[in-house]
Design a protein around this ligand. Structure first.
Ligand SMILES: Nc1nc2c(ncn2[C@@H]2O[C@H](COP(=O)(O)OP(=O)(O)OP(=O)(O)O)[C@@H](O)[C@H]2O)c(=O)[nH]1
Ligand SMILES: [Mg+2]
Length: 317
């Protein structure tokens, strides 16, 4: 295995140095060139973290669930990394999550690292930055990485897709709209969390959910279950944690883990290739200008779009 020089940034991250981790995340968010080098050094030390993605509509209780799950992991002495990603706003979810967790007294706990991310880099690479931050936390020894993202759109689906296990959080009283729920969300949910089960309408929502889930084909022998929680009262959280563990075991024992990993990396490589290629073509002012000029030529029918793309590709060689 590769070794990193003592006291290098990589070495500090491997030892779980919180400041070094924090700085590296900023570098990742800014897509600064050093971050790629760092991730290259750290990659051999990754592959040990379990990534749980938590998504759902605003205010459904995701942060409260994350906080409670983190407490369960900490009780077992597992180091935890938490990333709160909010593609819609630079401040809301993440900052609130951080405050809540600090309030609950994880602050003095070195085994837990919390960070919020919202900045959308060049070419909208929020999913990519999240994936890189997850790798970093993995290298830093966080055996459990929790990724919270607010919303139910394509951005969030892209973000949670990188997780090993995806929790979709629903609550009663948001209207009877699970019919309207994005089909994509139904497909990515490995476990459905019916939170705020203390509220009226929980039974009905559960029935509806089961009815909908019965139409979804089980993936690799797994039928997504529904777990009821009242996160604020810590009810159902142990059950949720053991359902996640069951899911994990299901994939490990069925021998599909390796397959899942390969599928995962195939998607990731494709995304990296895409963004690398785009960066290459659109790099700097001249790249943007070339794109604009090509668009003008196509719009005025001086050039066909196929030739324009070939030209743009040739120009950056
Ligand atoms: N009654 C009830 N309230 C809850 C429950 N879980 C969370 N809440 C409350 O719901 C509100 C929103 O909780 P959060 O955990 O911030 O929800 P969130 O999904 O992270 O919110 P965003 O990140 O802003 O989308 C808070 O006031 C919580 O106290 C629950 O099980 N029952
Ligand atoms: Mg939140």
């Amino acid at each position: 295995m590769t070794t990193t020089p003592p006291n290098s940034t990589a070495d500090k991250i491997l030892q779980g140095d919180l400041r070094a981790i924090s700085r590296a995340i900023t570098a990742i968010e800014n897509h600064s060139p050093g971050s790629e080098q760092l991730l290259k050094q750290l990659f051999p030390y990754t592959g040990h973290a379990y990534l749980t993605g938590i998504t759902g509509a605003p205010g459904t209780g995701k942060s409260t669930i994350v906080d409670r799950l983190a407490a369960v992991h900490r009780k077992r002495n597992e180091p935890v990394g938490i990333v709160a990603v909010d593609p819609t706003s630079p401040y809301t979810g993440g900052a609130i999550l951080g405050d809540r967790i600090r309030m609950q007294g994880h602050a003095s706990d070195n085994g837990i690292f919390i960070r919020s991310m919202a900045t959308r880099g060049f070419l909208g690479g929020l999913a990519r930055s999240t994936a890189e931050v997850a790798l970093l936390l993995d290298a830093a020894g966080k055996r459990q990485v929790l990724i919270e993202t607010v919303g139910v759109g394509q951005d969030e689906i892209d973000i949670v897709r990188l997780a090993d296990c995806v929790l979709v959080v629903l609550v009663p009283g948001l209207g009877d709209d699970i019919q309207n729920m994005k089909a994509g969300l139904m497909e990515i949910g490995d476990i459905f969390v019916l939170n705020k089960a203390d509220r009226e309408g929980a039974d009905r929502l559960e029935e509806q959910l089961h009815a909908m889930l019965s139409l979804v084909m089980p993936r690799d022998g797994w039928h997504p279950p529904v777990v009821r929680t009242v996160a604020t009262e810590n009810r159902g959280i142990e059950d949720l944690a053991s359902t996640i563990a069951k899911f994990r075991k299901h994939f490990e024992s069925s021998g599909q883990r390796q397959q899942k990993q390969i599928d995962h990396w195939q998607n990731r490589l494709l995304e990296m290739l895409e963004s690398r290629l785009l960066e290459k073509v659109l790099h700097g002012k001249s790249g943007q200008a070339r794109l604009r000029a090509a668009a003008e030529a196509v719009a005025s029918r001086q050039l066909d779009p196929f030739s324009a793309v070939s030209q743009l590709l040739n120009d950056c060689e």
